[in-house]
Ligand binder design. Structure first.
Ligand code: ADP
Ligand code: MG
Length: 149
């Protein structure tokens, strides 16, 4: 299920390389935002977890459904939160360096440790199904924030 946020969270920044964990190889590419963006957006006030929202890339007007993971990344020795966005669309290309705009509108579940990578992937694919099912009835897709200015 999905809990609609009282106030949406807005993220806008440059897509940077992540930690090379090979998410793309698993069919789940997650776009990372630069640290400056995350600082500006005070993500530390945000609960860790898996979220759903609307996303747009670069100068494009197209808006897609997205699943986000917000949490402490062990890579930074737990000093910083990260937000990784899986856009539910096949771009057929990378877009490092492009602007990513995300409007987070719903909360799906807390972060969880999984026994193995297979279970993790299964769970993330279920998250995507929830996002695809619930997002069409939520407003936000037309938010001016998602437009490139
Ligand atoms: P990294 O470790 O650099 O984040 P990933 O394997 O997680 O690498 O792949 C993420 C990258 O793939 C993004 O930065 C973006 O350039 C590209 N990409 C292509 N399609 C998508 C998509 N649908 N959602 C997110 N990122 C995508
Ligand atoms: Mg990634």
């Amino acid at each position: 299920m999905l809990r609609v946020l009282e106030t949406p969270l807005y993220l806008k920044g440059t897509v940077v390389p992540g930690f090379g964990r090979g998410s793309k190889m698993l069919g789940i590419p997650t776009a990372n935002l630069n640290e400056e963006t995350l600082r500006q957006h005070k993500l530390d006030e945000t609960a860790n977890g898996i979220y759903a929202g609307f996303a747009a890339v670069g100068t494009s007007e197209d808006v897609y459904h997205a699943v986000l993971s917000v949490g402490w990344n062990p890579h930074f020795k737990n000093e910083r939160r990260t937000a990784e966005t899986w856009i539910l669309h096949d771009f057929g290309r990378d877009f490092y360096g492009d602007e990513l705009r995300v409007m987070i509108v719903g909360y799906i579940r807390p972060e969880a440790a999984f026994e193995n990578i297979g279970t993790l992937i299964q769970q993330i694919k279920m998250d995507a199904e929830i996002a695809k099912k619930e997002l069409p009835r939520l407003s936000g897709r037309d938010d001016p924030f998602l437009k490139y200015v």
